[in-house]
Design a protein around this ligand. Sequence first.
Ligand SMILES: Nc1ncnc2c1ncn2[C@@H]1O[C@H](COP(=O)(O)OP(=O)(O)OP(=O)(O)O)[C@@H](O)[C@H]1O
Ligand SMILES: [Mg+2]
Length: 354
Amino acid sequence: MIIKNIKLKDFRNYNDLDLNLDSGINILYGNNAQGKTNIIEAIFLSAIGKSFRTNKDSELINLNKEKAIINVKYEASDRDGSINIEISDKKRVKINEIPLKKLSEILGKIYVVLFTPDDINILKGSPSNRRKFLNIMISQLRPLYMFALSEYTQTMNQRNTYLKQIKLENRPEDLLDIWDMKLSELGMKIFLYRKEFIEKISEKIQAVHSKITNNNEKIEIIYNFNCSGKKEYLENLRKNRRIDIIKGSTTYGIHKDDFNININNNLISAYGSQGQHRTAILSLKISELQIIYDEVGEYPILLLDDFMSELDNQRRTNLLENINNNQVIITCTEKNFFEGVKSKLYNVQNGKII
Ligand SMILES: Nc1ncnc2c1ncn2[C@@H]1O[C@H](COP(=O)(O)OP(=O)(O)OP(=O)(O)O)[C@@H](O)[C@H]1O
Ligand SMILES: [Mg+2]
């Protein structure tokens, strides 16, 4: 699967970009703050429907302009297509010129795996970073997942509002039953998807990691949430009701789940070195790439934003070995970073490609 062409109109610092991409390795190089990551962001948006940098769509529109447009032409083994995203007061998406009713329908057209220096936060940062990692991978492969997730968040927000009303306005507690039923149903759905994908990672990650570390390290991924079914989920929500009312928020549920990585039986977040973190992230991401390939039967597009400079020689070689027929889009500041690797070079300067 490849992107053949991308057009940007008033997106970030681009006024009018029309860029043909090579089916192999594309290197966008240039000084800082020229617009390299903005292109990666636009491609990511075309795959996921959301940016990885911001939740505020208005930031994506060129300052002083009212509307941004992204146009992507892609080619997959069994279909060609176009994705058109218009961002103004809201986001409007068309696939092959046909408007979508729901944003989640954008998923599954092109598949991407993103590598950024921020990935280090997947293991070092808060659980929300790890959930975000899972959300991006699972959404692409199970579009219904994203739908369940947004319904879950909406329902939980309503429940939280009502919890506060119980405390402040003495509203009846038993009305919580309606939200609890809905939360337990959606929460179980999300849990099963996450469990499925953590198992898939688990099947892959040891082999990937062994290769990078020359068989020196044992790696495990551990999911810390479990629930036997809707009934148990509901019971747990009920058990926590009193404390939920006091806190004004929902304390049990899938929005609190997390996973950990163990290296040689020790928790990486507590005992891992900087290098072990970087290697584990790489193993996690390569596993993601392989899972997408297994599921879709096509190589996802790799977006490497400033990532190669994060890696030492051995890890870099290992990543390159995992790039098969993938289209790759790399950003970096030095063009001679990849001497000897067949690639197409683009110089990014102040919102233009020279
Ligand atoms: N909405 C916007 N309108 C106009 N310009 C914007 C907008 N959002 C970001 N920019 C500009 O885009 C540039 C940053 O682009 P980008 O993040 O792609 O840089 P980069 O080339 O990846 O740099 P680095 O090498 O530092 O990562 C900055 O100059 C910033 O001011
Ligand atoms: Mg950048």
